[in-house]
Design a protein around this ligand. Structure first.
Ligand SMILES: C[S@@+](CC[C@H](N)C(=O)[O-])C[C@H]1O[C@@H](n2cnc3c(N)ncnc32)[C@H](O)[C@@H]1O
Length: 210
């Protein structure tokens, strides 16, 4: 791993993804998998912050048309490699979400898994997520809650980058109907680095109809 200080999310995650291992494993996010019954092959899906591609690849395997976005060029290269190994088509793009020009009303499904950004950027990025969904489009989001810090491993090291039910209600409640929003203690099974007991927030919401 390089010791050069990372100035951007892309540089930070490039360093974490530098070796051949898949840091978050290759299995889909547990919250997305728990909602699999709502995911249909004719959907167009957007997966921002998909890192090494485990969620985008799983959705593409289900027959969806999938675009993934991530600031880490190393992560995106690994996502493309994972898709190629499964012989599936994945539109994996290197994008910093802070500069992202969204495609409004473009997607049936958006999955955001453990995408923690600086507190000053969070609401703006979440607003763009909501706008990128078609009316009725489905959002599945999971991330760490501040109480996760008690476990001393995994996730951001500052509580301001974590999610609360209040912050997500604030970010999405105007544009979206919230169907499920909870803080839960779960057992993460993704990988050795992203495994064990965790405190998470889980959100399922749909973009309001005009
Ligand atoms: C904790 S990892 C989770 C990766 C993936 N969602 C998963 O669950 O396997 C967070 C990801 O968010 C990406 N990310 C963080 N800030 C970002 C930004 N501003 N723009 C784009 N991607 C960002 C990182 O590059 C990293 O791949």
């Amino acid at each position: 791993m390089s010791s050069k200080p990372a100035n951007t999310p892309g540089e930070f995650w490039d360093q974490r993804y530098a070796d051949d291992n898949y840091v978050f494993g290759q299995e889909p996010n547990q919250w997305m998998a728990a909602n699999a019954a709502l995911i249909q092959p004719d959907m167009k899906a957007l997966v921002p912050g998909d890192g090494e591609g485990r969620n985008g690849v799983w959705l593409a395997q289900q027959g969806l048309q999938v675009t993934t976005l991530d600031a880490s060029a190393v992560g995106v290269a690994k996502a493309r490699k994972l898709a190629a190994a499964q012989s599936i088509s994945l539109d994996a793009r290197i994008v910093d979400l802070r500069d992202w020009d969204l495609e409004p009303d473009g997607y049936d499904l958006l999955v955001s898994a453990f995408l923690h950004v600086n507190v000053d950027d969070r609401s703006d990025i979440h607003r763009k997520f909501a706008q990128s969904l078609k009316p009725g489009g489905l959002l599945l989001l999971e991330g760490f809650a501040p109480d996760h810090l008690g476990y001393g491993r995994g996730g951001p090291s500052v509580k301001e980058m974590m999610f609360t039910t209040d912050s997500l209600r604030e970010d999405f409640g105007t544009m979206m109907n919230i169907e499920h929003l909870e803080e839960a203690r779960i057992e993460l099974t993704a990988s050795e680095r992203h495994g064990g007991p965790a405190v998470v927030i889980r959100l399922r919401a749909r973009r309001k109809l005009p």
